[in-house]
Design a binder for this molecule. Structure first.
Ligand SMILES: [Zn+2]
Length: 130
């Protein structure tokens, strides 16, 4: 049964209802909060499928990365696809981060759980590993 999503124009309440197409055509939809009879149908944007290349390109857009901070699962998926695309072994730390992202952990949480992350970046300290 299709779900229809509405926003009440009177009280701004958002709600979903299940209707058959026939009911949708014939029954007036009313707001469950205020009983208003002119809720506005919300049409969800259609998800646009993109090619792998476009997805890789989009990683260079910092605004997109900002948004992905709030969406760790998508970020993890993209990082996994990126490493597959590059055909390189990104190392166990990378895998660990991607796994945690895909479980829904935020980058901040991962950083907290894995304080050694990024230790290999920048200028290596030659004295440390001896
Ligand atoms: Zn209402």
């Amino acid at each position: 049964m299709p779900t229809y999503e509405y926003r009440c124009k009177d009280c701004n309440h958002k709600f979903e209802i299940f209707l058959t197409y026939q009911e949708y055509e014939n029954a007036p939809v009313s707001c469950p909060v205020c009983g208003g009879l002119n809720p506005e149908r919300i049409i969800r944007p259609v998800r646009i499928s993109r090619t792998e290349q476009a997805r890789l390109d989009s990683l260079t857009d910092p605004r997109l990365l900002d948004r992905l901070d709030d969406d760790p699962q998508t970020l993890g998926k993209m990082m996994r696809e990126m490493s597959r695309e590059l055909g390189e072994d990104m190392g166990s730390e990378f895998d660990e981060v991607v796994n945690r992202l895909e479980k829904g952990q935020s980058p901040e949480e991962i950083e907290r759980d894995l304080p050694d992350l990024g230790a290999g970046e920048g200028i290596p300290d030659p004295g440390l590993n001896d």
